[in-house]
Design a protein around this ligand. Structure first.
Ligand SMILES: [Zn+2]
Ligand SMILES: [Zn+2]
Ligand SMILES: [Zn+2]
Length: 754
């Protein structure tokens, strides 16, 4: 008899809730090996006995044949003497250090979908069907290890059939923690605005479908929170939703029943198709086709459409019965976080929704739909939430100190560092409302709790008034404050696994500068653990601060008065849209420097230019001006630019936009199209990047900040930088906007500890 050996294997990574143990069980039994496998909070443990040759085979086949959605970060093995196991078993979970990776929620797999629509299947039309390859994870897990008693499914006792699937290592639902069926699992109810039950289960579904057909607004308890749904082809209903939600302009996303239906309304390439049908199933921004049988209110003046496919059986069942796409937007009032509890939803959404389609599977944490845009033939995440969070970003550096980063103010996310992995929270949102602050605290506690994480250092933005910074100061821990745009650059570095030195181009709307003015048009030379501001845009006044952000005509007035020396010289048509009282007020503010903070932001320059040429008189969301200018270009191809000047000999150099604005005034008077003005403005900004890149003598150029969500700007910058032999880097799995700040703060924390 050949000599037996025992192999002990520890696998870490995304290996729980993905069918990893049944895979190991099948592989071990196929090779006739004995021993056991179990889950612990730090990963999967295996002990197997057999001949060394077979054991080697076993070891080699694990990474080759692992379940598709799993990810192995490390695999350690050691040889031991045999202990004569007689069979192969899946053992109960053990505890240990909590380093296993919690998986994001995954969209319904094709096997489950087939069952939902098969009349003879016991899960026919069951909206909570799932298996180890799909279904809720992050939204239902209370603590690690990922086992049913640690999820919000603990109150549902499985029926005999479900239990049998759950215990059978050869079944697709072996240890599928949210496993359920119509007999034993969560159920639907349809409520009116008072919370009275109108219908249950399939009747609830059918009445909801009818309500959508009739143009009603439906609040749906989805996977990570409530969504508001309405017929995307019904103009009146969409208008009503905008009114009730206090969201006049910001684009709504649409959910389509199938890829084919999307293709009728939008242009779509291979990568976009892959993204839509991926287990993450995000909202993808697509160029829409010209013919429109959609309500124009969905994305006013916008050639792009945010579209997604159904990601849960419940969504599939709704869409399957509708011959129109539906608006699917977060269940909240503008600016507030998404609602997760049905009682709370009733309270917060009763003035928005006509009906509430709810269920009794609790959602543990709010997770919005993610948003992705294809940029230079790669996907760029704009909002990182469902399907992506809390999957960690692995760094090429590490720290033994536990670092917590509290993020920025807009599009807030938080992050924790464990060794070399950064767990970034899902998108929380703008921290200006009480609801958002509550959500910030909840996400903080739940992320810390999930990973048994106690911060030793806390990193925050340098802005003293950010609520996130104030939270940091209240924690009685050593604090590191990080300049906003430096954090943007470090975030992009980490997202590209790149090291300094680099030239960081950090352009956004607002960020607190080290000289106490507002920055946002920055060129930062980033070295090992510091940065130098080597160039920035010529600062201008922001009359009325936030008021100017909401009414960019004020920014236009400010910039024009500097260029022309006197507001009375301004002769552009947009002036006629301003009431004379308001005009005089702003003129006075400018001449007397009353409440006119100084800003060097490219985002605000975009707003000002848009207003100057008669676009975006009034904006209701951050970045609207920049979006309008980007979209104005449409398909125009031109190499034209405006002249500009770079002033100064010593750092920081000043990028003077005087000639750019003069050029725009001239073009506007000459009746040059907005399309061409917008393109020339973008092209000029790109040439400025090239110019400063050449002066910096750095090869690696980082493009970061909210302005680089702009496809034209980013793609042209990449193209031109490459033509000039630079290496451009931009964001990929972490957003360029303030959703990426927390990752940059973590990096700053690591660098400062070194
Ligand atoms: Zn499935
Ligand atoms: Zn069951
Ligand atoms: Zn920013």
């Amino acid at each position: 008899m050949k000599q037996l050996k025992r192999l002990e294997i520890i696998i870490k990574g995304a290996v729980q809730g993905v069918g990893f143990r049944p895979f190991i069980y099948r592989l071990a039994t196929e090779l006739n090996l004995k021993g056991w496998v179990n889950n612990s909070a730090s990963g999967v443990f295996i002990e197997v006995e057999g001949t060394p040759t077979i054991l080697e085979q076993f070891l080699a086949r694990i990474p080759q044949e692992k379940p598709p959605i799993s990810q192995i970060n490390s695999l350690e093995s050691s040889w031991l003497d045999p202990v004569d196991y007689t069979s192969f078993k899946i053992r109960h979970s053990s505890s240990g250090e909590k380093t296993a990776i919690v998986l994001p929620d995954l969209s319904t797999c094709s096997d489950c979908l087939q069952e939902v629509f098969a009349p003879n299947n016991r899960r026919y039309l069951y909206p909570f069907t799932n298996c180890t390859n799909c279904g809720p994870r992050y939204t239902i897990i209370e603590e690690l290890p990922y086992d049913r008693p640690h999820t919000t499914m603990k109150s549902f006792t499985m029926c005999e059939s479900c239990q049998a699937e759950y215990e059978n290592p050869l079944d697709r639902r072996f240890h599928a923690q949210p496993n359920a069926c119509p007999l034993c699992g969560p159920r639907l109810q349809l409520w009116d605005q008072k919370g009275e039950i109108l219908a249950q289960e399939n009747d609830a579904l059918n009445l909801s479908i009818n309500a959508l057909k009739e143009g009603k607004i439906l609040a749906l308890k989805g996977l990570g929170g409530f969504q508001l749904l309405v017929n995307g082809r019904n103009r009146e209903s969409v208008q009503q939703l905008r009114q009730r939600k206090h969201r006049p302009h910001k684009p709504f996303a649409l959910m389509y029943s199938s890829l084919e239906a999307i293709k009728q309304d939008c242009e779509i390439n291979e990568l976009e198709e892959q993204l839509l049908t991926s287990p993450q199933a995000p909202i993808v921004l697509l160029k829409r086709k010209n013919h429109l049988h959609l309500s124009p209110e969905i994305t006013p003046n916008n050639p792009y459409l945010g579209v997604m496919l159904p990601s849960t059986p419940l969504h599939h069942l709704l869409l399957h019965n509708l011959d129109f796409p539906i608006v699917a937007t977060s269940g909240n009032l503008a600016g507030e976080p998404i609602c997760i509890d049905e009682k709370e939803a009733l309270n917060r959404l009763k003035n928005i929704a006509d009906l509430f389609l709810v269920h009794n599977r609790p959602i543990l944490r709010p997770v919005d739909d993610s948003v992705v845009r294809v940029m230079a033939e790669r996907d760029m995440i704009i909002r990182r939430a469902r399907g992506y969070a809390p999957f960690p970003i692995t760094l090429n550096t590490h720290s033994l100190t536990n670092i917590l980063a509290v993020g920025g103010h807009l599009k807030n996310t938080i992050a924790i560092l464990k060794n070399n992995q950064v767990f970034i929270s899902q998108h929380i949102g703008d921290l200006s409302t009480a609801e958002a602050l509550k959500s910030f605290n909840q996400v903080m506690e739940s992320l810390k709790g999930l990973y048994d994480f106690e911060p030793e250092i806390i990193v925050c933005d340098a802005h003293p008034d950010y609520l996130s910074s104030q939270y940091a100061k209240g924690q009685n821990l050593p604090i590191i404050t990080v300049q906003h745009h430096y954090a943007h650059v470090l975030s992009c570095l980490a997202n590209n696994n790149l090291n300094a030195p680099v030239l960081g181009v950090a352009w956004d709307g607002t960020g607190y500068g080290q000289d106490q003015t507002i920055w946002g048009g920055e060129f930062l030379l980033v070295r090992d653990n510091n940065y130098e501001r080597i160039a920035h845009f010529r600062p201008f006044k922001l009359p009325g601060g936030d008021k100017a952000v909401k009414d960019p005509r004020r920014i236009a007035l400010s910039i024009l008065s500097e260029v022309l020396g006197d507001t009375n010289q301004i002769k552009l048509p947009f002036l006629e849209t301003i009431e004379s009282k308001e005009l005089n007020l702003v003129k006075q503010m400018l001449s007397r420097n009353l409440n006119t903070p100084i800003i060097s932001s490219v985002g605000r320059l975009f707003d000002g230019v848009a207003a100057m040429i008669g676009m975006c008189q009034n904006i209701t969301f951050e970045g609207q001006g920049a979006m309008a200018l980007e979209y104005a270009i449409d398909e125009l191809k031109t190499e034209k630019t405006y002249p500009y000047q770079i002033k100064g000999i010593n750092y920081p150099l000043i990028i003077d936009w005087q000639l750019i604005i003069e050029g725009i005034i001239e073009d506007n008077l000459q009746k040059i199209s907005k399309q061409e003005i917008a393109a020339k403005f973008h092209n000029t900004l790109v040439e400025i990047i090239i110019d400063i890149a050449q002066k910096s003598h750095k090869k690696n150029i980082i493009l970061t900040g909210g302005c680089f969500q702009n496809k034209y700007l980013t793609e042209r910058a990449i193209l031109r930088l490459r033509q000039e032999k630079f290496a451009p880097f931009w964001h990929h799995t972490v957003p360029p906007n303030d959703g990426g700040i927390a990752l940059g703060q973590i990096m700053a924390g690591i660098l400062q500890k070194k």
